[in-house]
Every structure is written in C-alpha cells, then in structure tokens.
Design a protein around this ligand. Structure first.
Ligand code: URA
Length: 188
C-alpha cells in the first residue's frame, strides 16, 4: 500500500523545525512553497534569494516578477500553480546549493510533490531539473523538451533569473511557456 500523502501544513511545520544542514542557522525565514494544494502544475525553482528569505515566500523578487509574466504565456497565473524550491533555506550570498544541502532538503520536495500530485512539473534551471529527473544532463540540452519522472510529465526550462541576466535566453524561455500552454490545453 502506498504511504498516505502528508498534508502540506504538516510538512511545513516539520521543515520549520529543520536544522539538517547549516542553512538552518543563517535563514531569516524558511521558504516552504506557495499555491494551490491541488494544482495541476507545479513549478520547482532552485533556492530562496534575499527577498524570498525576508518574506518567506518563493519568487517574490525580480525573477518572480518575470516568472509571473512567463506563466501568462502559458495561460496560467500564480493562483493556478504550486511553487516550491529544491532548497527551502537561502544559501548565503545566493551561492549554488551544495550536494549535502540538496540531500538534506530532498525529503521535503519529494513529499510536497507526492501531496500535490501535479500532472506537470516545470523545472526552472539546472538544479531543479537534475533533482526531479535524476539526471546529469544540463538545462541547455533539456529545455523545452517533454520528459517523464514516474507519473509526472516534466518540462525543464531555463531559470528566469538566467534569462534576466542573459537576455538572449528570453525568446526560448517564452516559447517554452507557450508550448506548455498548448500542452495543457491538450494540443501537444
Ligand atoms: N530563485 C529561485 O530559484 N527561487 C526563488 O524562490 C527565487 C529565486
């Protein structure tokens, strides 16, 4: 028999107690996730940045503003999706997540995914894509493709922060969200 799904509130309470890695000592707020518990689409980012750490919510800074715009290309808005990150606590100075931090935090994202049970997971950037697809392949080769991880359809795309930094990524990223919109509408 499969394990019963753990309610998100209960998972969040567990995460707030977590000091399994050093990031638990430097965070201002844990950033668990936000959105519709029964969402058809789940978005997975990398880790909270400065604004997210201060507000306790994912994607509230510049990358979040652009993410809202990208969701629009897919005919979605924030209320339609659930947004979470691989890491729930901010790495100081926004450095990359370390393997031991990803491993320590993994049970939370795994359980979030099981509880929400989305149809489609959009992975933003390398860290989320590698985690969800259990692959070493990079985002440049995988972006815009439709993959599977168990019962989930997975679409890896560039991280919006990467496209803010490098504008040449924007048309591809925006096209990928348009494709996701068509796929959700049953056309692809
Ligand atoms: N970048 C991420 O990957 N996640 C956030 O929550 C904010 C910026």
């Amino acid at each position: 028999m499969p394990k019963p799904a753990i309610p998100l509130e209960e998972l969040k309470a567990q995460a707030c107690q977590c000091h399994a890695c050093e990031l638990g000592q430097t965070r201002t707020n844990l950033v668990f996730g936000v959105g519709d518990e029964r969402a058809r689409v789940m978005i997975v980012g990398e880790a909270p940045g400065k604004n997210e750490d201060l507000q306790g919510e994912p994607f509230v800074g510049a990358a979040g503003k652009y993410l809202d715009e990208l969701l629009g290309y897919a005919g979605l808005n924030r209320e339609d999706v659930y947004i979470a990150n691989v890491l729930k606590c901010r790495p100081p100075g926004n450095r990359n997540p370390r393997p031991e931090e990803i491993e320590a935090c993994a049970p939370f994202l795994r359980e979030q995914t099981r509880t929400i049970n989305p149809q489609v997971i959009i992975t933003l950037g390398n860290f989320a894509t590698k985690f969800i697809l259990k692959t070493d392949r990079g985002i440049t080769g995988l972006r815009g493709t439709v993959q599977r991880a168990g019962r989930f359809v997975v679409v890896p795309v560039f991280h919006p922060a990467a496209a803010i930094y490098d504008r040449s990524k924007r048309p591809l990223l925006e096209d990928d969200f348009r494709m996701i919109g068509r796929m959700l509408a049953g056309g692809e």
